[in-house]
Design a binder for this molecule. Structure first.
Ligand code: DGY
Length: 328
């Protein structure tokens, strides 16, 4: 049988916008059409003969997958985060890995700030209160929340999304502290931010918002001792990765009342099991990992992922490549 001349590509889900139509014009394409991710054995089988792979953060690209995919020349993740991919293993096989930074920065920060506001002012609780017929009259003590203006926000990570969050916070008159591997004097000058150590950030912040990638250094960055070191009644916002927080320690800190509440777009695991204690607490605001989910941004992410993949398949450096050393 004749070999197809076009590279074979497997995409692990339908993507918004017209990016896949553009891809289909250039490659021999298979797309997993289900709502749920391809089961592991399907992913392994589908990648066995392909040259290109477009993944989501729910798809694990690891040594066994790469071992079973000898023709693979390009991996492109439809996300800025790539903790689902063993990049070192890809690099060892000279496989470029693409991601989608930049395009989702503002959209993600919009949502992180929405979560912060929603948690502080108890928006979801208020909505449920009205819908379930509990609202009988105006009451001076009804659904009291926390002021956002004038409060202290502690940013964990000051990359692009952290900085976009800082801009929003400044607009609300917040004092902004940050921890980050490197100092950002440019942003300190522009936005009046203060770099502090972890202990100071935890002790002084009314709100703590997480904006770090998940890696060996950040896994369970907030554990039992860290929650104990937080200001009593502080509120946590997580739009980064669930595993940056130790879930058992989080549940305990919430149950004890030491932590005032948490707004979580990401959790460990995802989705949360229906018997998770987090689902029973009124001071937890939950979302299904949708911080980057605007029509425009998700369309752009898909388009960037296709551009990254096509470049790598042509032997060029993907416009957004997480292992650029392959091209030096
Ligand atoms: C990412 O891009 O890493 C987000 O978690 C999904 O947009």
């Amino acid at each position: 049988m004749e070999r197809p001349t076009r590279p074979r590509v497997f995409v692990t889900r339908q993507l918004p916008g017209d990016a896949l139509a553009r891809l289909a014009a250039q490659v021999s394409l298979r797309v997993w059409e289900e709502q749920l991710p391809p089961p592991r054995e399907v992913l392994l089988a589908e990648t066995r003969e392909v040259e290109g792979l477009i993944t989501l953060l729910t798809d694990r690209v690891d040594e066994p997958l790469l071992e079973g995919a000898p023709r693979l020349r390009a991996v492109s993740n439809v996300a800025v985060g790539y903790d689902n991919i063993d990049v070192a293993a890809c690099t060892a096989r000279r496989i470029p890995v693409g991601n989608t930074p930049g395009v989702l920065t503002e959209t993600t920060a919009d949502f992180a700030f929405a979560l912060l506001m929603g948690l502080a002012r108890r928006v979801a609780e208020a909505d449920a209160y009205v819908r379930t017929g509990q609202w009988r009259t105006w009451e001076p003590g009804l659904l009291l929340g926390t002021d956002v203006h004038g409060a202290t926000l502690g940013l964990v990570g000051l990359g692009a999304i952290g900085a976009a969050m800082a801009r929003r916070a400044r607009g609300f008159g917040m004092r902004v502290l940050y921890v980050n591997r490197r100092a950002r004097p440019d942003l300190e000058a522009e936005l009046g931010l203060t770099r502090v150590d972890k202990a100071t950030l935890l002790a002084e912040s009314d709100f703590v918002s997480l904006h770090v990638p998940l890696n060996v250094e950040t896994r369970h960055w907030l554990g039992r001792a860290d929650f104990a070191a937080m200001k009593p009644g502080a509120l946590l916002v997580n739009t980064a990765r669930g595993a940056v927080v130790d879930p058992a320690a989080l549940a305990e800190a919430l149950a004890s009342g030491h932590l005032g509440g948490a707004a979580l777009d990401v959790t460990e695991p995802e989705p949360l099991p229906l018997d998770s204690p987090l689902l029973k607490l009124p001071n937890v605001l939950l979302a299904p990992h949708i911080a980057s989910a605007s029509h425009a941004t998700r369309g752009r992410m898909a388009s960037m992922a296709v551009d990254n993949l096509l470049a790598a398949l042509e032997g060029r450096k993907p416009p957004h490549c997480v292992n650029p050393e392959l091209f030096t």
